[in-house]
Design a protein around this ligand. Structure first.
Ligand code: AMP
Ligand code: ZN
Length: 111
């Protein structure tokens, strides 16, 4: 049992609308989308935030970032915005590292 909502999704305790999964990474649609397309890319390993990433996560971070355009284009987007909120002062609400990907609207959220 964990308090981390994203770990609970990864463990299958809470349902999610997944669009991609591999041994290290899970991608699912945000439950409260801020754009017509809004999905989250996260590591299956619990990493609190970008600020607590270690150098050993360098290739994992690279793989997560490279998935953004691949999945965005698969979802039919022609362009997109990425966002990583870090720490409560950075607007982070779920303390399990994730990359937001937004698209499908002329006006995209900046926060
Ligand atoms: P952040 O403010 O960067 O920590 O973003 C957390 C995001 O997680 C928000 O956009 C939430 O809508 C999203 N979220 C929270 N709970 C869930 C859930 N159960 N399934 C999908 N997305 C979620
Ligand atoms: Zn977690």
């Amino acid at each position: 049992m964990t308090d981390c909502i994203f770990c609970r999704i990864i463990n299958g305790e809470i349902p999610s609308k997944n669009i991609y999964e591999d041994p290290e990474i899970l991608v699912f649609h945000d439950i409260r989308p801020l754009a017509p397309t809004h999905f989250l890319i996260l590591p299956k390993k619990h990493i609190e935030s970008l600020a607590t990433c270690e150098e050993s996560s360098e290739s994992l971070l690279g793989r997560m970032l490279l998935l953004a355009p691949k999945l965005a284009f698969e979802q039919g987007l022609k362009g997109f915005r990425t966002m990583i909120n870090t720490g409560s002062e950075g607007g982070q609400e779920v303390f399990h590292l994730h990359i937001h990907v937004f698209g499908g609207a002329k006006t995209l959220p900046k926060t």
